[in-house]
Write a protein that binds this ligand. Structure first.
Ligand SMILES: Nc1nc2c(ncn2[C@@H]2O[C@H](COP(=O)(O)OP(=O)(O)OP(=O)(O)O)[C@@H](O)[C@H]2O)c(=O)[nH]1
Ligand SMILES: [Mg+2]
Length: 302
C-alpha cells in the first residue's frame, strides 16, 4: 500500500493545550503538561503511526515575545518547527478565546500560511456550550483563512480522530520517517529531565519553576539492580537554592520522591534518583550556558 507521511507543527499561545493535545493523540504522556504557561521549552517529536500513515507531530513552546535569552532559544524552537512541517496546527484556547490575540498570532505567522497548510484547532470545548463553540467557529471562519477549523477537547479526547483523519487528507505520498513502533525521537535522558522539571513546576510557586534548568549529569542503566540517575537542579540565585531545598531538606526530598515514582513509571524500571541544587547566576540570560545546555538533553533529530 502507498504510504503517506509528513510533519505537523503544533503551535499556539502558552497554556492553550498543545502538549495535552499531543499526549492525547499518542495515548502516552511524552510532553509535560502543567497549569502554568511556558511549560514546554523544547521542540518535542511525537510520532503517530496507523496503517499506511505516519504523522510526526512537533510540540513547541507557547508563542511569546522574548524577554530574556532563554525565551529567544524557545522562540527559535517554534520558528524552526515550520521548516520541517507540511501542516501547521494553531491551537486556540476557546475558554479564553480572544479575537484580538488570535489576530496578532495570525498576522505574526502570515508568511507561513502561504507555504503551509494551516489548521485552527479550537481546544477546551468541554468548557463551553455548543452554541458558544459554533459562534467562535463562525467568527474565525469569517475573519481568517484557515484550511480547516476543528473543535476538540484534548483532555476529554473529543474529535481527536476527526483531527487525525483531516490531517491524513493533506499528507503527501512518502515513506515513513521513523520505524512504525517509534513514539518519540528524544532519548530517555530528555524525559528524565522533563519529569523532574514538571515536578518542580507543580511543587514550587512564583518564579522558581521558570528559574530552573535540569541537568541530568549521570544516567546509568544497570542489568542488575536499579538504574542510577544523578541530576542537578540549576537555579539563578542563592535564595532560590534555599527554597528548592526547603527547611531540613524536606522540599527536595519530596521532589526526589515524586520524580522517582514518575521516572520509574516512564522507564518501566526501578530507579535510584539523586538530586542536587547548583547556582548559576542569571543562567536564563547567559548565552554560553544556553548554547551549551539548551539542547543538551536531546534535541529532536531525524
Ligand atoms: N478543560 C480543558 N483543559 C485543558 C484541555 N487541554 C489542556 N488543558 C489544560 O490546560 C493547561 C495547559 O495545558 P498544556 O498542554 O500544558 O498547554 P501548552 O499549550 O502545552 O502550554 P505551554 O507548553 O506552556 O505553551 C493544563 O492545565 C491542561 O490540563 C482541554 O481540552 N480541556
Ligand atoms: Mg506545552
Amino acid at each position: 500500500m502507498q504510504k503517506i507521511s509528513g510533519f505537523v507543527a503544533i503551535i499556539g499561545t502558552p497554556n492553550a493545550g498543545k502538549s495535552t493535545l499531543l499526549n492525547s493523540i499518542l495515548g502516552q504522556n511524552i510532553s509535560i503538561v502543567t497549569s502554568k504557561p511556558q511549560t514546554t521549552r523544547n521542540k518535542i517529536f511525537g510520532i503517530f503511526t496507523r496503517d499506511n500513515m505516519q504523522i510526526v507531530f512537533v510540540d513547541t513552546p507557547g508563542i511569546l515575545d522574548p524577554k530574556y535569552r532563554l525565551q529567544d532559544f524557545m522562540k527559535k524552537e517554534i520558528d524552526s518547527s515550520f521548516d520541517e512541517s507540511d501542516i501547521i496546527v494553531l491551537v486556540v484556547d476557546t475558554y479564553k478565546y480572544n479575537p484580538e490575540e488570535l489576530k496578532t498570532t495570525y498576522e505574526k505567522y502570515k508568511a507561513e500560511f502561504s507555504t503551509h497548510k494551516m489548521f485552527c484547532v479550537l481546544n477546551k470545548i468541554d468548557l463551553l456550550k455548543k452554541e458558544e463553540v459554533l459562534e467562535i467557529i463562525g467568527s474565525i471562519s469569517s475573519q481568517f483563512k484557515f484550511d480547516e477549523i476543528i473543535p476538540v477537547s484534548a483532555i476529554k479526547k473529543f474529535n481527536i480522530d476527526d483531527l487525525i483523519n483531516t490531517i491524513a487528507k493533506y499528507l503527501p505520498n512518502n515513506e515513513f520517517y521513523f520505524e512504525a513502533d517509534t513514539v518519540t525521537s528524544q532519548p530517555e535522558k530528555f524525559f528524565v529531565a522533563e519529569i523532574v522539571r514538571q515536578n518542580v513546576l507543580k511543587q514550587y510557586k512564583d518564579e522558581i519553576p521558570f528559574s530552573v534548568y535540569i541537568d541530568v549529569e549521570e544516567f546509568k542503566e544497570r542489568e542488575v539492580g536499579k538504574d542510577f540517575i544523578r541530576a542537578s537542579i540549576i537555579v539563578e540565585r542563592d535564595s532560590q537554592k534555599a527554597i528548592i531545598i526547603g527547611s531540613g531538606g524536606t522540599k527536595i526530598k519530596a521532589l526526589g520522591e515524586s520524580s522517582r515514582r514518575e521516572i520509574e513509571s516512564f522507564l518501566g524500571r526501578k530507579t535510584y534518583v539523586e538530586l542536587f541544587v547548583k547556582v548559576r547566576k542569571d543562567w536564563k540570560n547567559d548565552e554560553d550556558f544556553l548554547k551549551k545546555n539548551f539542547n543538551k538533553q536531546g534535541a529532536p533529530v531525524i
